[in-house]
Ligand binder design. Structure first.
Ligand SMILES: [Zn+2]
Length: 190
């Protein structure tokens, strides 16, 4: 599934922002919210082309992560209606607007924010609009929350058949191994 290479990339960024910045569980372990000391490292990895971020941008990105997580969770439980309303709110709040851009040797491509947007505004506008494309397509159910026990990281499924249920192969393998152990434990001993 391809929503356009730039849209695909920005939906992928939304997944990474949620998974890095929102607390919960990851791969069977608690995932605490990043501390103030940890945030700059996460943000440098998520937005490598930005320099060190201001406190306002850092706070904005944590806020964005929380609201994007709500979109994934609503879709995951089948509530696309409320997810769509929330995405519209985010598109408006982060002042998304289309603007063709050409930089760093790339061909013209559509950005979802104006050139003067701050890193938080640009990320909020971009991620909200990319999710709007997904929810407005026949692939609205391709975003979700990991089904493994002890994990609530989010994912986007761009595979052809759309059967992804886990955030990672690590979670998929953990679930398979647990099912194997359960079958073996239930099997009669000879
Ligand atoms: Zn997982």
């Amino acid at each position: 599934v391809n929503f356009g290479s730039h849209t695909n990339a920005v939906v992928g960024l939304a997944v990474e922002v949620v998974n890095a910045l929102t607390p919960g569980e990851s791969g069977g372990r608690p995932y605490p919210a990043p501390t103030a000391a940890e945030l700059p490292g996460h943000l440098a990895r998520l937005l490598p082309e930005e320099g060190p971020l201001t406190a306002a941008d850092t706070a904005g990105l944590v806020e964005i992560a929380g609201s994007l997580r709500a979109v994934f969770e609503l879709v995951d439980v089948g509530d696309v209606d409320d997810a769509a309303v929330l995405v519209n709110t985010l598109v408006h709040h982060w002042q998304a607007r289309p603007a063709l851009s050409r930089h760093d040797g790339e061909p013209w491509h559509l950005h979802f924010h104006g050139p003067e947007a701050s890193p938080a505004e640009g990320t909020g506008a971009g991620c909200a609009t990319a999710l709007a494309f997904v929810l407005g397509s026949e692939y609205a159910d391709r975003v979700g929350v990991c089904s493994a026990d002890g994990c609530d990281r989010v994912y986007v499924d761009t595979s052809r058949n759309g059967t992804k249920r886990y955030c990672s192969t690590a979670c998929q393998n953990r679930v398979k191994a647990a099912a194997f152990r359960a079958r073996r434990a239930a099997a009669p001993t000879r």
